[in-house]
Design a protein around this ligand. Structure first.
Ligand code: 5AD
Ligand code: SF4
Length: 441
């Protein structure tokens, strides 16, 4: 057999890109590629990119610049750009950085092997279509290796919400749900390969409405309950959700589906109704707070996570204080917060920006509060015994790390055979980025 060619993939941005990178590696596996974690060792470099904020997109060009030397040394090296920058900028990428051989948008990954062949033949390959066929379907029969205990599974892609700041509806396209049978097949296959926890992914995952085996559209809750019947699958999570799609059946599932973990990422973006309206979020601070109350009534110990944007065009100090007030009222165990970043082509990009130093100052204040809450959530675990799914060796000798149901990283002394198993751990201390515990078997 020929020596495998080597593929280096660097992934930016969200978990869906992580999932897509795995699928791209599988697709190119059929063209004789094995993955490597060293760019200087590769025959093909793929950057799976993110366009959500300006900084994320610019990183791609600086990274590409760094490959100049490599390409000069190794003329056969092929360089590709995938993901949302590829979708948004297309051919422009090759104009700006001529060393790029291949540009592939997120809906065309099943066409990668053909594109790779074209690039090998010395031609530029570009595909940013939104084709009809399911990009994951072609991959289903590939031989698959044993997997770690946790995996992502994309069930829905795209978004029809058009928040005024967001590029997703343009880069990932309209909302599409994968059919139930394909998801179940993929989930069973993952479990057979050692996976114990699956995180269902979608840009708007709780808007899921894929076709069920009965020909009807299934909700995310129904999908979760059916997945929960798979023996050997112990834990289910999903991300990311929109408040307006949090239907009653999904709230109920948080209360009575044991395999659904007590963690929910439910972005609110702002606590000011004026800003929420300008963002085209179609919910208010009050309706969000009421929704959280209903979810917590179903699952009182739920750990809530969120996304926030500060300095959206027109945001005043009073608007920003409304965000702080909402955070105080809701209480987050974890959160992501960002300075608004104007994205070309989005409605908000037309509006006058809040000065940079004001954005920075607000971000600092918001993060101080969110960090305090995250810390308190971690501290509240000390003394409790939590089920932990062990994932890999820890930093210290004899240690393993895994996740609690609340998605906190937990480390404890445990034998390597415990990897892939769930065990009770008594939490002893909260450390900056994890919890320290001991097995309570
Ligand atoms: N500027 C800053 N943050 C943004 N997000 C999305 N678009 C922008 C933008 N233009 C944030 C939102 C979203 C998360 C994935 O990224 O908070 O929920
Ligand atoms: Fe973007 Fe999420 Fe709004 Fe869709 S719901 S436009 S992905 S922020």
């Amino acid at each position: 057999m020929a020596e495998p060619k080597k593929l280096f993939i660097k992934t930016y941005g969200c978990q869906m890109n992580v999932y897509d990178s795995e699928r791209m590696a599988e697709a190119l596996g059929a063209s004789g590629y094995a993955t490597t974690d060293r760019a200087d060792d590769a025959d093909m470099i793929l950057l799976n990119t993110c366009h959500i904020r300006e900084k994320a997109a610019e990183k791609v060009y600086s990274e590409l610049g760094r490959f100049k030397g490599l390409k000069a040394e190794k003329p056969d090296l092929k360089i590709g750009v995938a993901g949302c920058v590829a979708q948004a900028e297309g051919e422009e990428i090759m104009r700006r950085q001529p060393l790029v051989d291949l540009v592939v948008g997120p809906q065309s990954y099943h066409r990668l092997p053909a594109m790779e062949a074209k690039a090998r033949a010395g031609e530029k390959a570009l595909d940013t279509d939104f084709p009809e066929e399911d990009k994951f379907e072609i991959l289903k029969d590939r031989p698959k290796a044993r997997r770690g205990p946790t995996a992502f599974l994309t069930v829905q892609e795209g978004c029809d919400k058009f928040c005024a700041f967001c590029v997703v509806p343009y880069t990932r396209g309209a909302e599409v749900s994968r059919p139930v049978d394909r998801i179940l097949r993929e989930a069973r296959d993952l479990v057979a390969r050692g996976v114990r926890e699956i995180t269902l992914l979608g840009q708007n995952v709780n808007a899921y409405h894929g076709e069920g085996p009965d020909g009807r559209d299934w909700s995310l809750a129904r999908l979760i309950r059916t997945l929960a019947e798979i023996d050997g699958l112990e834990r289910i999570r999903f991300t990311t959700s929109h408040p307006n799609d949090m239907e009653d059946d999904l709230i109920a599932a948080h209360g009575d589906c044991d395999k659904l973990m007590p963690y929910l990422h439910l972005p609110v973006q702002s606590g000011s109704d004026r800003v929420l309206k300008a963002m085209n979020r179609k919910h208010t601070a009050e309706s969000y707070i009421r929704l959280i109350e209903r979810i917590r009534a179903a699952r009182p110990d739920l750990l809530l996570s969120g996304d926030f944007i500060v300095g959206f065009p027109g945001e005043t100090e009073a608007d920003f204080r409304d965000t702080l007030a909402l955070v105080e009222t809701v209480g987050y165990g974890q959160a992501f917060s960002f300075k608004y970043s104007a994205r070309p082509g989005t409605p908000a990009a037309e509006q006058e920006e809040v000065p940079e130093d004001r954005k920075s100052e607000r971000l600092q204040r918001l993060q101080a509060l969110l960090n305090e809450q995250a810390r308190a959530a971690q501290e509240s675990m000390v003394g409790r015994t939590l089920d932990v799914l062990f994932e890999k060796p820890g930093r210290l000798e004899g240690q393993l790390v895994g996740k609690s149901g609340y998605l906190h990283a937990v480390h404890a002394q445990a034998a390597p055979e415990m990897i892939g198993r769930i065990a009770p751990v008594r939490i002893l201390r909260a450390e900056p980025h994890s919890l320290a515990g001991e097995l309570a078997l």
